[in-house]
Design a protein around this ligand. Structure first.
Ligand SMILES: [Zn+2]
Ligand SMILES: [Zn+2]
Length: 129
């Protein structure tokens, strides 16, 4: 089960909800594939084609795009083949650049507002499957 993080800025009113953690379907390779761009999905398909019974561990993490300043959910997935071979995939920002994952203690250390750079308020508001 995943959790919902709501971030809000008291200064400029920026507000957004992020679905973080892992959903119910996040251990299913064919579902996880759909979280990614067509290009990445094709790479995943290639990895899966090389062996049967590929397993996957996937999660959503909070990430920052340093190019456009957008705060976003990054999908991360690690596929493992029975041979032990692994492949890791991460989604990229709408602008095409790689995200920087925010460290796990951002809840304590805080995240800056992408609009006005004030410290954001972060609250867990619920769960999702
Ligand atoms: Zn702000
Ligand atoms: Zn970006």
């Amino acid at each position: 089960m995943g959790y919902i993080s709501q971030v809000s800025c008291d200064k400029c009113g920026y507000e957004e909800e992020f679905f973080l953690g892992s959903g119910m379907m996040y251990h299913l390779p064919d579902f996880v594939k759909t979280l990614f761009s067509n290009e990445t999905a094709a790479e995943i398909e290639k990895f899966k084609a090389n062996s049967t019974n590929v397993s996957v561990v996937a999660e959503n993490v909070l990430a920052l795009c340093e190019t456009c300043g957008k705060l976003s959910v990054m999908h991360k997935a690690e596929f493992t083949a029975p041979s032990g071979e692994t492949a890791e995939f991460k989604s990229v920002c709408e602008c095409g650049q790689n995200f920087s994952e925010l460290s796990g203690n951002y809840m304590q250390e805080g995240v800056l507002c992408p609009k006005c750079k004030a410290k954001l308020r972060i609250e867990e508001t619920g769960f999702w499957d």
